[in-house]
Design a protein around this ligand. Sequence first.
Ligand SMILES: Cc1ncc(COP(=O)(O)O)c(C=O)c1O
Length: 334
Amino acid sequence: MTEPLAAPVPQVDRGAPRLLSSPSEYAPDGVYIDLSAHFGQHVHVKCEGLNLAGSVKVKAAAEMVDAAERTGLLKPGGKVIESSSGSLGVALAMIAAHRGYEFICVTDNRCNDRNLRLMKAYGAHVVVIDTSDPVTGLLGARLQHVRNVCADDPDVLWINQYANENNWLSHYKSTGPAIAAAYPDADMVFIGAGTTGTLTGCARYLKKVGHPARIIAVDSVGSVTFGGPAGARHIPGLGTGKRPEIVDESVIDEVIMVPEIDTVRMCRKLAARGYLFGGSTGTVLAGMAGRIADERVGTKVVAISPDLGERYLDSIYDDEWVRGHFDVSETGAL
Ligand SMILES: Cc1ncc(COP(=O)(O)O)c(C=O)c1O
């Protein structure tokens, strides 16, 4: 056995510690995973789930709350409400807890258990809507509940991520510039569409600075954002039942619609290779994989990964859940 003191002294990074004074402050913009070996093209995936709220939504949440404070809409001790399928709710719950606001999240029965529990852990009041509006669906029912609460209590501020300009501005200020600086010669940038905050903000920035990449939006089959018919969706995050007010098709070059079963397969394929991504990431990468398959060798691709996989252990990564929600007999083995 080696004498312990004879072992070489390890070299350690002597840089100053990175101190945070708020939980939303950490949203590293420079972390990418090289998945070129898996996709047969130069593919770098920008990881937006590596922050304390666990998803890309921390950026929009912080920007929207900051703006409400700046403009006086939100005062110390104030109340905030938002309709969220989960990730924005978790980010807002975290920020509200830290800044001393009361937060009500109106979600529906597709919100996964982990997000529900996280929001409650931060002290949020969570309302789960389980009856669809016959015309506007579950999202419509959620929004109606928000309107009712605001009508009853004028002191409650509705963040309204689908129409809030600070949602896309957060990405115009951070994610877009980060991609342009790291990949000035990228040929394609793939961005998932939920509220389209990430997509609109990045695309507007990249077009504004004359970046050469094609901007490719990735949405979920059943989402209505780009004019497709509404359909059942089981994976929260991307897609929506109501066209977001902030979407800007003038800066989008292409749209790809991904069936949810492809999302599940992509997530599981990457997990088998050591990367446990969330459903939104699976959708973006599934759309990207089909699109780049016939591109010339050497095409430089950047894809934004909005989330990680732990919150999907009971759904995408659970065989029984998948069999209960998809016809896997027709589409082959998982
Ligand atoms: C996990 C996750 N990924 C991606 C998105 C989509 O991002 P955006 O709303 O910026 O389009 C959402 C939206 O709610 C989300 O919850």
